[in-house]
Design a protein around this ligand. Structure first.
Ligand SMILES: Cc1cc2nc3c(=O)[nH]c(=O)nc-3n(C[C@H](O)[C@H](O)[C@H](O)COP(=O)(O)OP(=O)(O)OC[C@H]3O[C@@H](n4cnc5c(N)ncnc54)[C@H](O)[C@@H]3O)c2cc1C
Length: 461
């Protein structure tokens, strides 16, 4: 019976294990993770005895990957209230204008009062050449000017990646916009095409392109019972043996398969395997691969990561604004970069007389604030929140701080080519595959798809 070892028990690794089990019911599977708990960045916690997420809180539900997986596992998906989100600017909370794609506008008139956009220069031919990549900031600055980047796009990307628009790859962070930019000669037209809204003559494409039915479906969802329910269901359905609290420190090819050294240096353990899925972040994956395939290791080892901290607070006896939350542009000078009003966004988590708030801190390249002790972070967030909302806030009845060091991949332009080259370097080997956020996208759906693809790679050969 074949033995496959999955290194990394995040959502990508667990999906790979589950898909391998579906394809080969008799297979022996082992998931090894250095953390004492499964799930990686998916981790449910409690705040004032209420369930909250300490890591990822939602997934894109227009993408069928997670809803389908949840249905297969018998889990229920719930959608947010649809309360609007805002941008904090100069002492006001401005609703995020409709018709934007991660802050990139498809209608410049909708930006009034928020950012001044320059008229688009005339371009003959598509904005992006086939196969080319560019940073989101570079493209949007060239088409609409700097204010749109600094006040809208940068905070939106910062909320997801803790990264900066001027460094993040368009092809990875906004793939539908990159595809549209390869067909359109204006950015307004490309955004509309990517959003599936009727396009005008400016794009040279037929009006009504895209799918209006897709636009009607809820955009996001989460798992009833929390993300940990998804983690547990995947682990159970995979039937894998779970080896937790054990880092994988060495990986070597043998004539018949693989040899992994796991555990501490003082009491190492050797595991033999016929196949391996590397579903850990790219840098530690590169260290494991270095002996066997330096070419692949060099390609993936350059990926840098940003660190973030989430501070969740439970405030008694007050009501937060009727919105799901807001983003804070870096130029506003606060450490807080995003705020979620948890019970406004997720009505199934509402509790009488409590307002639950989650603030996110940490921007790529400026992460000093994360070194402060928990109590200081709680006070900092409470003070900044009071300032941003323009009101006094009571002492929270409970607070929860969770730090995620080196957590969010910073995909720079050319990332997809580097991943393609790394996979090509490994491609001759049907017994190893790469999965997870380091390669195919940071979102949970991308990680689920990459876990599925890793399982297919090992079983198709
Ligand atoms: C704070 C935060 C909020 C987020 N919010 C969202 C959101 O709302 N929606 C969304 O779609 N995405 C969100 N994301 C992104 C998403 O959660 C992650 O990209 C995704 O969960 C990554 O899954 P993964 O399996 O690739 O990696 P991980 O979850 O990072 O799992 C990798 C595992 O590998 C283990 N590991 C590392 N090194 C070793 C080693 N040497 N040996 C053994 N094990 C090792 C780690 O312990 C870890 O468990 C968020 C991320 C963060 C950090």
């Amino acid at each position: 019976m074949a033995h496959i070892v999955i290194v990394g028990g995040g959502v990508a690794g667990l999906t790979a294990a589950y898909r391998l089990r579906q394809r080969q019911p008799e297979i022996r599977l082992t998931v090894v993770d250095q953390a004492p708990e499964l799930g990686g960045k998916l981790r449910s916690a409690t705040l004032a005895d209420l369930p909250v997420e300490a890591g990822a809180e939602a997934f894109l539900s227009r993408d069928p990957a997670v809803p389908q997986l949840a249905a297969d596992l018998g889990l229920q998906v719930v959608h947010p209230s649809g309360a609007p989100a805002a941008i904090a600017l100069k002492g006001r909370l401005h609703p995020i204008p409709a018709g934007t794609l991660v802050g990139v506008p498809g209608d410049l008139a909708a930006l009034a009062g928020l950012a001044k956009a320059t008229p688009e220069p005339v371009t003959h031919g598509p904005l992006l050449a086939p196969g080319a990549d560019i940073s989101v900031g570079e493209l949007v600055r060239a088409r609409f000017g700097g204010e749109v980047v600094d006040r809208l796009v940068d905070p939106m990307l910062g909320g997801v990646y803790a990264g900066r628009a001027d460094q993040l790859s368009l092809a990875v962070t906004l793939p539908t916009l990159a595809a549209a930019a390869r067909r359109c000669d204006t950015l307004v037209g490309a955004v509309r095409l990517a959003l599936g809204t009727p396009t005008g003559p400016a794009t040279g494409l037929a009006a009504g392109a895209g799918s209006p039915t897709a636009a009607a479906r809820p955009v996001f969802g989460t798992i009833v019972g929390g993300m940990t329910a998804l983690v547990q269901a995947l682990a159970e359905a995979s039937g894998a043996e779970l080896r937790l609290g054990l880092p994988v420190r060495e990986l070597a090819r043998t004539p018949t398969g693989w040899r992994l050294v796991i555990g501490s240096t003082r009491s190492p353990e050797v595991i033999e395997a016929d196949g391996v899925v590397l579903a850990l972040p790219a840098r530690p994956a590169a260290r494991l691969l270095h002996e066997y395939c330096p070419a692949a290791a060099d390609e993936i080892g350059v990926l840098d990561y940003a660190s973030v901290a989430l501070v969740s607070l439970a405030f008694p006896g007050i009501q937060m604004p009727e919105m799901s939350g807001f983003l804070v542009p870096a130029s506003e000078g606060y450490a807080t970069k995003a705020v979620t009003f948890i019970d406004r966004k997720w009505p199934h988590l509402a509790a009488p007389d409590l307002s639950l708030v989650r603030a996110s801190l940490g921007r790529y390249g400026d992460e000093r604030v994360l070194q402060r002790p928990d109590g200081e972070l709680v006070d900092l967030v409470r003070g900044e929140l009071a300032d941003l909302l323009g009101r006094e806030l009571p002492v929270p009845v409970d607070a929860y701080v969770r730090r995620w060091g080196g957590a969010l991949p910073q995909y720079t332009p050319g990332h997809l080519d580097r991943v393609r080259r790394a996979r090509a370097a490994l491609d001759g080997d049907p017994t190893i595959s790469l999965a997870g956020a380091g390669y195919d996208g940071v979102g949970i759906p991308a990680c689920v798809r990459s876990g599925t693809a890793a399982a297919e790679h090992l079983t198709l050969h």
